[in-house]
Design a protein around this ligand. Structure first.
Ligand code: GAL
Length: 634
């Protein structure tokens, strides 16, 4: 595979006289892709039913004339103001019952059927006009589902649809009452029409109720996306893409991805370090201008799976952004590093956001490849150099990793509904295992909870998994590698009830979680070997061998040499010794990397990245700050 580069462009923001020079400069830079259109609805349809396509026709021609391939965005993330006059009830409503307002973007509720039809209609009209256009390479549907906290909506439309969804799922209200355990607190319902959305309750709502609402809300995104897919597919068979975001877990990306051809995501490492990876102040200081060394990689691996092997970075940060609490400039070399890192994780394309910095509106402080005065921005020479470097890199041959790590969206919803200990969240647990594996130099695949096969893997980890999918159990049964489940894995059934026999209830594996204790992260408990556990501890009754003990002799990691169960959340040191043990059992070779140094192997190349702002010794050589070393394998 030969990766290509691109950028995100808004012709409607600029005087038309600028378009030809922009297009020429993009192509001289070596860019191949240009994404346009995703926020342009009010320009295409300034009044309901009155269309102005001429400018977009010309923009596509101008870009195409320079050999650029257009990724056409459908504009439903930004419905024009007139849409609200037509459908005043289309707005999403937040948990406090306040409706979101017009004046930015993503204000629609996914459950509003007439708006969904409008979104599909504009997508269909675009596809009818541009589906066969030789310059149009692929389509981006909508923009960042879920960004700005927009999946969960407590609107009238959502309530109506939720009741319909419940009826389709349970048929009989008695079945719902039984599944949710509504005998508790006299919560039984007489009919589906009685069931409300689980917000504004006096104390916590029933977690089974929340769980179904979360599934429903996720399904609404799938339905919305399907409507766009159907609309575009009527006129076009080119690849369909969505640009997902970082650490947005409110909908099941696997299910949305199943209807698309390519997954892509928007990578803003410096903003994410502050607002979505739970980093300590010290860690944030250390990686302030580099971003977290594992967060981007985790998303690369996740979206490779969401895209069933095909994935891009649709938006890559090229300089300071505008939306984090503080917005530093990337350390020189980091834009190159992020670009090569995506490619090391087998991205087919990386597009920089955005071509030129906007001098107006919300994102005027967001860097582009050009400054608002059209001069090259600070990172331009670095981008120029990396594009050249990539064109000389040769093909990247993809390969399956040795380690499979399960990530599951339902588990994120489950533990938000019932954290039990502050800070216990499914993403956080998986992220720490991922980090631990990478610190050992291992290359990882993220797999879905309904993974089709584990063939070819040597080690499987499934931490924090709310419910054990039958398919996964079957796969583990047939698996000839080493597996580790827990903490909390398999601890609820699909209805969010504690199953009996008590968890984890694995066939032929004698281990029962007797009770759970949680405690603040600072009250860590020491292991007899290395490190401590924090936040979460399960008292395990077992006759299996014990491989890690707490100081007081309680078992923490138990197993039979092939299958393991872990009843706690390990800290960094404990994680390292647990993972080393499992890797050894799985006959994987490991290499403990210096902090901030990471590597990834494909079949053809080994990539080594120094995420540190300082030089670091690695394999007896000095890696300079932000250095990337690429070795072609024999
Ligand atoms: C993304 C979004 C873009 C732009 C960018 C700024 O989340 O898709 O439209 O807002 O962030 O960093």
């Amino acid at each position: 595979m030969k990766p290509i580069l691109g950028t995100c462009y808004y012709p409607e923001h600029w005087d038309e006289a600028l378009w030809p020079e922009d297009a020429l400069k993009m192509s001289q830079l070596g860019l191949k892709l240009v994404r346009i259109g995703e926020f342009s609805w009010s320009r295409i349809e300034p009044k309901p039913g009155e269309y102005d396509w001429a400018w977009l026709d010309r923009a596509i021609e101008v870009l195409g004339d320079q050999g650029l391939k257009v990724v056409m965005g459908t504009p439903s993330a930004t419905p024009p103001r007139w849409m609200l006059d037509r459908y005043p009830d289309m707005l999403a409503v937040d948990e406090d019952g306040q409706h979101r307002k017009f004046g930015s973007r993503r204000h629609y509720c996914f459950s509003h059927a007439p708006y969904r039809e409008e979104a599909a209609k504009i997508a269909e009209l675009m596809a009818e006009r541009y589906g066969g256009n030789r310059h149009v390479h692929s389509w981006q549907l909508d923009n960042e589902y879920g960004c700005h906290d927009t999946i969960l909506s407590y609107s009238d439309a959502a309530r109506k649809e939720f009741r319909r969804w419940l009826k389709a799922k349970y048929s009989d209200i008695a079945v719902l009452n039984e599944a949710w355990g509504n005998i508790f607190w006299s919560m039984a319902y007489s009919e589906f029409e009685d069931v409300d959305l689980p917000n504004l309750t006096v104390t916590e709502p029933n977690p089974s109720h929340v769980m179904d609402f979360r599934r429903f809300s996720s399904d609404q995104v799938v339905v919305f996306n399907k409507a766009l897919v159907t609309a575009v597919r009527r006129f076009c068979d080119k690849p369909l893409i969505h640009n997902y975001m970082g650490r947005i877990t409110e909908f099941d990306h696997y299910k949305v991805g199943d209807d698309l051809d390519i997954a892509s995501w928007d990578s803003y490492p410096l903003g994410f370090l502050v607002d979505r990876c739970g980093a300590s102040k010290e860690w944030q200081r250390r990686f302030e201008r580099q971003g977290d060394p594992d967060l981007q990689a985790l998303h690369h691996d996740l979206y490779r799976t969401v895209g069933r092997g095909r994935w891009w970075v649709m938006e890559q940060q090229p300089g300071p952004v505008n939306w984090a609490p503080f917005n530093p400039a990337p350390l020189p070399g980091m834009v190159r590093l992020w670009t090569l890192e995506a490619i090391a994780h087998e991205a087919e394309a990386v597009c920089y956001f955005r071509w030129r910095q906007a001098p107006f509106a919300q994102e005027q402080m967001h860097a582009g490849l050009l400054r608002p005065d059209s001069k090259e921005s600070a990172s331009y020479p670095e981008i120029e150099a990396v594009i050249k470097e990539i064109s000389e890199l040769g093909d990247i041959a993809c390969c399956q990793a040795d380690v499979a790590l399960v990530f599951d969206y339902e588990s994120c919803w489950a533990w938000e509904a019932q954290p039990q200990g502050q800070g216990f969240d499914a993403f956080g647990v998986v992220f720490e295992f991922y980090r631990g594996l990478r610190r050992l130099g291992l290359t990882v695949d993220i797999v879905r909870p309904d993974v089709e096969t584990l063939d070819g893997y040597k080690l499987l980890l499934a931490p924090g998994l709310f419910n054990l999918h039958d398919r996964l159990l079957e796969q583990i049964d047939r698996f000839d590698g080493v597996s580790m489940l827990g903490p909390r894995t398999g601890s609820r059934d699909q209805n969010f009830r504690i199953p009996t026999p008590l968890p984890p209830a694995l066939d032929g594996f004698d281990c029962t979680v007797e009770y759970v204790e949680t405690f603040p992260k600072e009250s860590a408990r020491k292991l007899q070997s290395n490190g401590s556990i924090h936040t979460w501890f399960e008292s395990l009754q077992t006759s299996e061998s014990v491989f890690e003990f707490l100081d007081d002799g309680s078992p923490v990691l138990v197993g039979n040499g092939k299958n393991f169960y872990l009843g706690a959340w390990p800290d960094e040191l404990a994680m390292q010794s647990i993972l080393l043990r499992l890797a050894e059992k799985a006959q994987l070779s490991t290499e403990v990397l210096p902090e901030g140094v990471r590597k990834r192997e494909t079949q053809s190349h080994e990539f080594v990245f120094n995420h540190n702002a300082e030089s670091v010794m690695f394999r007896d050589e000095l890696l300079s700050p932000a250095e990337v070393r690429i070795r072609l394998k024999k």
